[in-house]
Write a protein that binds this ligand. Sequence first.
Ligand SMILES: [Cu+2]
Length: 197
Amino acid sequence: MTFLRALAVGFALAGLPLAATADMLKTGASVDLGPLVISHGYARATLPHAPVGGGFFTVKNTGTADDRLIGAAAEVAGHTEVHEMTMDGSVMKMRALKDGLPIPAGQTVELRPGGYHVMFMDLKAPLKEGDTVNVTLTFEKAGKVVVPLVVGAPNAGAGGGMGGMKMDGGGSGAVMPAPGMPLTPALPDAASAPVAG
Ligand SMILES: [Cu+2]
């Protein structure tokens, strides 16, 4: 394995963008739920035996009342959580939003790599590029809706976000190491590779 190839593999494992892929990003159909419009749904393909995967979409609240995303579920996962990812210095951290994700009236909230996302935990099977994953979202006021997420490349959605570029490269599926699944085996340099943006 050449160094460049090894580096590429390392980047893929780390969820870092190899190249701008925004133009190729396929997303699911828009879904209406009362005053909410949920669109641009996609997920990232996962490696075999990867325990977790990330899902992303945009929620527009066209109403006059605030709402809140309080839950998510998918058949592909043992359980699904709504997460927030933030940068603590150069370290990516994420946590479950115990009080849900606010969707303020008149505003649009984007779930994207490096930011808010739904996290599929205890995956029953890998998320395969080209497949569609249906995620059931529960909103505090609007209720439940099924949203299709088109599975893209492992780095789908990287590098094309609007604003908040410093968070790009946050492969949500890659920052929750599981036992026996090193993120960047034998690639110490990958850990310090610059984050795009
Ligand atoms: Cu997460």
